[in-house]
Design a protein around this ligand. Structure first.
Ligand code: NAP
Length: 325
């Protein structure tokens, strides 16, 4: 049986990741409260209780407060740091009155961002650093210099990207001494372009698909771990009210509920299990901070192993809302 690409790189971690984007409250300068820390602690405990050992951050999440909040938890739990895998991202800059929101892969920005991340988390090293969104002004040699400094100083162990195409990854990798280990993309039972891109080859409908051609195959061939953000589709198949949703989403939510009922599991486990059934060994980054919903994800991996081809296709075609070619 194939193992996760991350494991082949020597990074031992859980199949699910907890996304920490909402930690620390609102996306503003309001201070972190004790309530925020308690809420985050409960989410972390729920995650640990179902075997999650990897946590996803970004320097921008709640304007740095997500990392700070996580840092408070680490500080209160000596020994926890070495038992978990922490990933964060940089490369997005907020706008202000003078300049719009933008991307920045300059060496200075990457180095400065990592110093900020480490300081907020209260740790000496990051396990994985991702470049958050493609910067059209990216100079691969400059990124390589920044990565080299971060690696040799022990501040970052591995590097990856997010929301990048196969061509962008190849272009960046030419300059890097080590290949990238992660590409984090929005993939879910709702965001199906990663599958449709493949099944629409040589089809008229292919022109309507918005996914980098050959990206899944590129990552799989090169042992780049594909991580899925938005994997629960914000709860659309697992209990969120659907009044404003199209018929294919409502019908698929009903199918998910029925399957969960028949299999004695939760809708979350079916939705995530469907994603994890893909041969790329996708790692979902779940974004709920509700402890009950986190625990409802416990069976995702076992459901993925038990999901038959027919069940997988039933969910895929139902959510597409259109039969396969
Ligand atoms: N790389 C990138 O560009 C990028 C972009 C966005 C996110 N991310 C990462 O991916 C993680 C997950 O992203 P996501 O938050 O979009 O993923 P998600 O897991 O699909 O959605 C989580 C959101 O859906 C809500 N939700 C889940 N089930 C629900 C239900 N039954 N009823 C009502 N609401 C429900 C959650 O609220 P509750 O907390 O109340 O359950 C939460 O707000 C983030 O934390 C972040 O780490 C990365």
């Amino acid at each position: 049986m194939r193992i996760m690409p991350l494991e082949t790189r020597g990074i031992s971690t859980s199949r699910l990741i907890l996304g920490c984007m909402p930690f620390g409250g609102e996306w503003n300068d309001a201070p972190i409260t004790e309530e925020h820390v308690l809420q985050a602690e409960k989410a972390v405990d729920a995650a640990l209780s179902i075997g999650i050992s990897m946590f996803d951050h970004a320097d921008i999440y709640t304007r740095g407060k997500a990392e700070q909040t996580f840092g408070r938890i680490l500080q209160a739990r000596p020994g926890m740091r070495e038992q978990i895998v922490i990933q964060s991202k940089c490369g997005i800059r907020f706008g202000n009155d003078d300049v719009p929101g933008r991307f920045d892969f300059s060496k200075e920005h990457i180095l400065e961002s990592v110093n900020g991340i480490l300081q907020r988390l209260g740790t000496d090293y990051l396990d994985v650093l991702l470049l958050h969104r493609p910067d059209p002004l990216m100079e691969p040699d400059e990124v390589a210099e920044a990565f080299g400094k971060l690696k040799s100083s022990g501040k970052v162990r591995y590097f990856g990207v997010s929301n990048m195409s196969a061509a962008q990854i190849r272009y960046l990798e030419q300059a890097l001494p080590e290949s990238l280990v992660v590409n984090q993309l929005e993939l879910s039972l709702e965001r199906l372009d990663f599958l449709d891109q493949g099944v629409h080859v040589n089809q008229k409908a292919g022109t309507s698909v918005n996914f980098s051609e050959g990206l899944m195959e590129y990552c799989q061939s090169n042992r780049i771990q594909i991580q899925a953000w938005g994997p629960l589709a914000q709860g659309k198949f697992s209990g969120r009210p659907l009044d404003d949703q199209p018929e294919n989403i409502r019908a698929t939510a009903a199918l998910v509920q029925q399957m969960a009922h028949d299999k004695g599991t939760t809708p979350e486990a079916i939705v995530l299990g469907w994603l994890m059934r893909h041969p790329a060994k996708i790692q979902p980054v779940i974004g709920t901070i509700n402890p009950e919903r986190i625990r409802a994800c416990r069976d995702a991996e076992s459901q993925s192993r038990m999901m038959t081809r027919d069940e997988w296709y039933k969910l895929y075609v139902s959510s597409r809302g259109v039969n396969l070619p």
